[in-house]
Write a protein that binds this ligand. Sequence first.
Ligand code: GCB
Length: 594
Amino acid sequence: MLKPKITATREQVSLDGLWAFATDAQVSGDAFAGRLDTKLEVAVPASYNDQFADAAIRDHVGWVFYQREVRVPRGWAGERILVRFDSATHAAKVYAGDALVGEHIGGYTPFDVDVTDHVTAGEVFRLTVAVDNRLTFETIPPGIVTDNADGTQSQEYKHDFYNYAGLARSVRLHSLPQTHISDITVVTDYEGTTGRVSYDVEASGTAEVTVELRDEDGAVVATGTGASGALEIADVTLWRPGAAYLYELVVRLDVGGVVADEYVQTVGVRTVEVRGTEFLINGEPFYFKGFGKHEDTAIRGKGHDDAFLVHDFQLLDWVGANSFRTSHYPYAEDVLEYADRQGMVIIDETAAVGLNMLIEAGITKSKLKYTFGPDVLGEASQAALLQHVRELIARDKNHPSVVMWSLINEPASNDAGSRAYFEPIVELARELDPTRPLTYSLVMFANAENDVIVDLFDVISLNRYYGWYITPGDLKTAEQYLRMDLATWEKFGKPVMMTEYGADTQPGAHSIWDGPWTEEYQANLLDMYHRVFDEVPYFVGEQVWNFADFQTSNGTHRVEGNKKGAFTRDRKPKAGAHALRRRWTSFGDAKPQN
Ligand code: GCB
């Protein structure tokens, strides 16, 4: 799915800014049509929850409404006119005037609504977006909604982060020519100094396709005709971790000698491969150093913010990280585009988090006794995940920064039913993208003996909390457990990495002892893990949980959210961040040598 871009044939108008806002409890009558009777305004892009000082909005369960007037540029007559939502968390209904013009389910992937037949170039129309934050056994991520006696509903979910909702990413009105490029797929390779860009263009009508590949100086390095083909680049400059290089593929549709549409697709030439127990980028062993992140800041919730994007990448660079996982959902496309330009390596994760009914926010506590089955996560849930994987790969397939798909975080992969649930998901991902390795993050309870899906994947990614949830305050025993655990995965002959390890840390808490929550404890725990990692020959990476503190649902084991960040929520380093910096700046992108 192509991100809207301004080109010679395409235009757009940003709809970011303040919109009228109300929850379904605040409007009477048919809230889904007509003018919204409200004095509230809400900022877009940003989750709505923390913008107001009103618990009834923050913890609202159900529909909320966003509304604004939109003027269609007068030059757009004859064009197709669409509204692009970079995300609406978790389900949306879109209205132009009173007409329902589109719906979407899934809170972290973009969608277009075609409003051509409902608007007029040069005139104003009323745009309303109803957004539902409810998570059920039919959504990804899943959740449980219960009806309360007072007519309201309560929401329960198994993931740790707060269920921020609303329009957290950009909204724009954009135009497309009637005959237009609807999709582009690029796959890259190289041999010696010759690069190869295979491309495939889909168009909405009959047209001649021409392509032109330009280097970073704008020089044309290859041209081609036809909807698919392969371009060769003499003396190619590869896209490398920490040293990005991006070509531009200019795709044009020609109808009767006139350019009907033009789109510019960035291309980084690089390969990824799992060979034996190694993870290779451009044929060279790569060692992941970095974090699981969240899209999470004060006030904005999950709202995308360019200043935080830039600052977070600066901190990643400062600490010596070369990668992160988009835990636990696809991030805004702006993040991936920036990663492409900065040479940051991304493990791109789906929103399949909390598919584990036996745990809650990292600890054991649940009424449900199993996860997969017709009355829990069954066919409807699986269909939702299949659709989500289609949308994720359609959106992110062309990003050189994305080197691996993480299809699930901490599923109940020790539950016998998980195999039937996940096998079709893995098959679909392989069919849609045969070029990238697949992984998923294994919960502590899934071990080398009882996990029933590990053989389906290419890289074994472990989430382990020895020294925190297990043997807290006892790093000696934690070290023994960790060493034993890592040894058990050797038999699979695959690369193993740690996608979560860490300790909640209250900045300013100190101790000379191994005291959980202190800054020293976080640093010592990380050092202990690293000592063990460096002993394991098939180990390919370490991603600490988490880059920064983040907001969670209410719980007695959280103090104003999850505090496992190396940085605080406002991005100040804890002692752990300094410990990581000492280690990660001491070696490059290859595994540290003992
Ligand atoms: C996990 C989850 C992550 C939690 C973390 C924790 O295993 O994958 O979402 O935030 O544990 O801190 O409990």
